[in-house]
Design a protein around this ligand. Sequence first.
Ligand code: HEC
Length: 123
Amino acid sequence: MKLPLAAAFLAFAAYAAPAQAADAAAGEAAFKRLCAACHIVTAEGRRGVGPTLFGVVGRHSGKVEGFRYSAANQKADLVWTPEVLDKYLTNPREVVPGTTMAFAGIRNETERANVIAYLATLK
Ligand code: HEC
């Protein structure tokens, strides 16, 4: 698929722009679009395809009680800091090879930062 030149330029400009303050509200909207089909964000509640992301920032990987993680996620031994989340959400399968999280990643740096800012509010 070819992007029109203007759209390609805008995408590049957004990519090349210096880091801006992340926007948790925009991150919430992106989360609803990209993640909410599989993840809940509350401590309690009906479980999804993925583990709840309540309190995920700063949490050790694979620690949601009662969620059956893949062997890959169980062995990952990561702490979900904003930096690690940024790498993970760029390309989950690269950070946790063999993960069952069927999500290709968020390419846009600003959008990733916004989603992570939103995740940090879940506590
Ligand atoms: C198609 C369903 C699906 C989508 C969409 C999805 N996830 Fe996941 N996610 C999962 C599953 C399943 C796991 C557990 C993976 C495993 O055990 O290998 C997971 C695991 C995770 C983990 C690790 C949690 C832990 O406790 O170790 C994080 C963080 C995460 N997802 C964040 C996100 C974010 C943020 C998005 C949206 C940008 C997203 N996911 C989109 C299904 C999904």
